[in-house]
Design a protein around this ligand. Structure first.
Ligand SMILES: [Zn+2]
Length: 863
């Protein structure tokens, strides 16, 4: 592993000019620039202050004093600063001496005459760049991941230059402020426009730029104590009952996660205080700033109708961000090529932490549903990528994020733990955290540590599962004679044989009988494996290679098993019946996408399965497959013949559902699918409150979603409904979001054109969640024919979106754009776009498009 790592680094480094006449660095942070600075700088400190105006149109101004030890002062030194506006630098001093410096290509180059060996102090007065400050009318919050701090202020924006940060925020007097460090000073004063407050925060432990954070604005604050630690929650929720309903659970989940992690790692929480901020329409589920975690408010403040899945999601998100305090924050990747490592550790730990909080849940099944479908959705496509991806400039770091990091990597990590053994794995992880605490490490550093704990060849394993993309193809070979198994084997192959990979993994194959499911452990290695223990067993009704959902691959059923499960999957019962059914659904979905099972058979199977499925997680999965099979894979002409039956099953499910969350899930599906006049009328009555669904409470977000669904179907009076919904919406953030989306719902095509055209302006894409909401309405399947004209222009905008947006935005932008389409012409537009882009088109964007368009390509081939 180590040799391979050194080779990788050597390839990434472009030669630097070590002579005197060094060219200024190009835009972004290249590996060359980062390595040069990491070698020269140490003992880095930032002392930052910002003045935050109450009026969003005024500039945020700031001053930063950077101190560091420097080697080799004979070369100039580049700071990063790309505020997106001219003349943002007001003054620069080195020591006490003013120096001439200007911003070029996102850098402020300090001349060698201003530098000296040893300790240096650089002070800069500047106007902050707005984009990563996420400014709203009366609040703002920073997102500096992956390398966006330098869009706001001058710094060395790379993960392996950790620093201690001291911050002061000067804000309107009624604003609440929060940062990584604890508040230590506070002064209020009166100015012409009103009271102002200046808050000073304690210096942080060493953290990188992407973890430095603050938020300020009109927030409500909840406080609680758990296990002797004080927690603070900032939020903007206006529904008092909702806050009351959620607050204790949110604090408890944090406390449980912290306690668990301290025990597992053997290291106490390293960052002092623990605050978190619930941000409306936050770009991610959460962001792990030490001492100041930011969350998407809707993920934590659940509605009364929250599904079990949403509750699990909430617990997982909280545990995920908390796990980052050790994995990512205490030990940080050296370079963003290993960003997946912190994500996989966080997800892996989150799964462990969440389990005890939900004793009634089938956790293996939850793992299956949380990770496999999303990982396969990317890994089966031509646009997939390896878990570990090369990255030669941080301005491309955002494109590394996605399902392969968040969903495939946890599956792979679980395999690594199985391969290593849980105890040895934990010892290796503890060694790793202790050795690199408050520093940086790479994946090869961890593999080397773990390799010392096990006889396995982890380097070869890592090459297939981590350094390369895709899934092994596993085919089932079953031979039966006289009612007994003669042989059961699996063929293992790589989609690209030239790579010469060895796919090693552990499986539990399930053999289904009328009265039971029997599982047998199998270790896949090489090109064919026979399950010796299966010889002589009575012939099963079906064989499901990944029965217990441990393995990972494109699993092909033998023809008899495919036929049996395609008809009788709901009959599968027994001790692990729910897990077997869940895994069978995931396998059958692959079979459908591979053309081995017709979409209408999947729809019919779902309709038969729903009334009988006893597990809520499986119900959620089946509902989601049903919706996709219906909208995406059923030709328009055949939908109307099917929709009445689907609605009937969903309404029955809604009536019969035993829990509030299950009712919520059925209701959401019904809302998404509904098309018959009688169901639409009924939904409209529900929206008007002329009708109630026993056991179902509709929150403001549900009302909004319902109004939007009815609008896109143009039910009678829909325009008035939308206007009424705007008036009815009390929460100002949700009201503004709905108003933003309205033009995308308009019956007037020119209005929809205007909405789409407005998105070409970056300022109108600032609220990414709003934009995606609008795009999904614009491209609703019922409007696919009219919205096809936006497909190519959307693709054309992707490069700019990647440059200006947050990390998940490019993929989501294309996902939302293509979500409603299934036509050959839409597929053709994507293909010709890709054929026409120049050879220099970024490979990662090409991959994003290919993976987003995969379902469209497959659906367009269905009749
Ligand atoms: Zn994370």
């Amino acid at each position: 592993m180590r040799a391979f790592a050194i080779l990788t680094m050597a390839l990434l480094v472009t030669p630097t000019n070590r002579g005197g006449a060094q060219p200024p660095p190009a835009a972004g942070i290249s590996t060359a620039l980062a390595e040069e600075r990491a070698a020269r700088l140490s003992d880095l400190r930032y002392d930052l202050s910002f003045r935050l105006p109450g009026d969003r149109r005024e500039r945020v101004t700031g001053r930063v004093t950077i101190t560091f030890r420097l080697q080799n002062p004979s070369m100039p030194l580049a700071l990063d600063f790309a505020p997106g506006r001219p003349d943002a630098i007001r003054s620069v001093t080195a020591g006490d001496v003013p120096i001439e410096a200007r911003v070029a290509d996102g850098h402020v180059v300090l001349p060698s005459s201003a530098l000296r060996a040893g300790l240096n102090t650089i002070a800069i007065d500047f106007d902050a760049g707005d984009p990563p400050l996420n400014r709203s009318e009366d609040f703002l919050y920073t997102i500096f991941v992956p390398a966006r701090a330098h869009e706001a202020f001058p710094c060395f924006d790379q993960p392996d230059l950790k620093a201690r940060w001291t911050l002061a925020l000067d804000a309107p007097g009624d604003w609440v402020t929060v940062a990584n460090g604890a508040e230590v000073t506070r002064e209020t004063r009166r100015e012409a426009e009103g009271e102002r407050v200046k808050v000073g925060f304690a210096p942080t432990e060493p953290i990188p730029t992407y973890l430095f954070a603050f938020a300020a604005g009109r927030f409500s604050v909840e406080e609680a104590e758990r296990n002797g630690r004080r927690f603070r929650m900032l939020h903007r929720e206006t529904d008092v009952a909702k806050v009351r309903r959620n607050r204790d659970a949110i604090f408890d989940l944090h406390a449980t996660a912290l306690e668990w992690l301290e025990r597992y790692t053997g290291i106490p929480y390293p960052f002092g205080k623990f605050d978190f901020v619930l941000v409306p329409a936050f770009q991610f589920g959460g962001m792990e700033h030490p001492g100041a975690v930011f969350y998407n408010a809707s993920g934590l403040m659940l509605e009364e109708s929250a599904t079990q899945n949403q509750e699990l999601e909430r617990a997982s998100t909280i545990s995920h961000e908390t796990a980052h305090m050790w994995f990512g924050d205490l030990v940080t990747m050296r370079w963003f090529t290993d960003v997946w490592m912190k994500e996989v550790f966080a997800n892996f730990m989150a799964a462990r932490i969440v389990n005890p909080s939900f004793p009634g849940i089938n956790h293996d099944l939850r793992f299956l549903h949380a990770y496999y479908p999303a990982a396969y959705d990317v890994d089966r496509t031509a646009g997939t990528n390896a878990i570990r991806q090369p990255l030669d400039n941080l301005n491309q770091a955002g494109t590394l994020y996605g399902a392969i990091i968040y969903q495939k990597a946890p599956i792979v990590m679980r395999q690594l733990e199985m391969l290593t053994g849980a105890d040895r794995f934990r010892s290796g992880v503890r060694d790793y955290l202790r050795r690199y605490r408050f520093g940086n490490a790479s994946w090869p550093d961890l593999i080397a540590l773990l390799d010392a704990h096990t006889p396995e060849d982890l380097a070869a394993w890592s090459r297939a599962w981590v350094e390369e993309a895709g899934r092994p193809i596993v085919t089932t070979e079953l031979e039966v004679q006289d009612g007994r198994i003669v042989s059961l084997g699996f063929g293992v192959s790589d989609p690209d044989r030239r790579r010469g990979l060895t796919w090693t993994e552990e499986l539990h194959v399930a053999l289904g009988y009328a009265d039971r499911v029997q599982t047998l452990p199998v270790r896949l290695a090489g090109t064919r494996v026979e399950v010796i223990a299966a010889r002589g067993l009575s012939a099963p009704l079906f064989v499901l290679p990944n029965g217990a959902g441990l393995g990972y691959g494109e699993f092909h059923l033998d023809p008899a098993s495919l036929a049996w499960l395609g008809d009788r999957l709901p009959d599968v019962d027994g001790r692990d019946g729910a897990l077997t059914r869940g895994s069978a659904w995931v396998t059958l979905w692959d079979a459908m996408l591979n053309g081995q099972l017709a979409p209408e058979r999947v729809v019919d199977l779902a309709l038969r399965a729903l009334p009988r499925e006893g597990d809520e997680l499986n119900v959620q999965r089946i509902l989601s497959y049903l919706e996709q099979a219906y909208w995406r894979f059923t030709p328009e002409a055949e939908r109307s013949a099917k929709v009445a039956e689907i609605e009937r099953v969903l309404r029955q499910g809604l009536a019969d559902a035993s829990s509030r969350s299950l009712k919520g899930a059925y209701f959401a599906s019904l809302r998404n699918v509904a098309q018959t006049a009688s169901t639409l009328e009924w939904l409209a009555r529900v929206w008007r409150r002329d009708e109630t669904v026993p056991g179902l409470t509709l929150a403001e977000t549900d009302d909004i979603a319902l109004a939007q669904a009815l609008a896109v179907r143009e039910v009678e009076g829909w325009e008035a409904m939308l206007r009424q919904q705007v008036e009815r919406t009390l929460n100002p953030d949700r009201k503004a979001r709905l108003q933003f989306v309205l033009p995308a719902l308009s019956a007037d095509p020119t209005e929809r054109d205007r909405f789409f055209a407005s998105l070409a302006n970056g300022a109108n894409r600032r609220r990414e969640a709003w934009v995606l909401d609008g795009l999904r309405s614009l491209h609703h399947p019922l409007r696919a024919a009219e919205s096809a004209r936006f497909v190519t222009p959307s693709l054309a905008l992707l490069e700019e979106i990647q440059r200006t947006g947050d990390i998940f935005f490019p993929k989501r932008w294309i996902d939302s754009t293509l979500s409603g389409h299934r036509s050959e012409s839409a597929a053709g537009m994507v293909r010709s776009f890709l054929a026409d882009v120049p050879a220099t088109y970024p490979d990662r964007l090409r991959r994003i498009i290919l993976s987003s368009a995969d379902d469209l390509f497959r659906a367009s081939r269905v009749r």
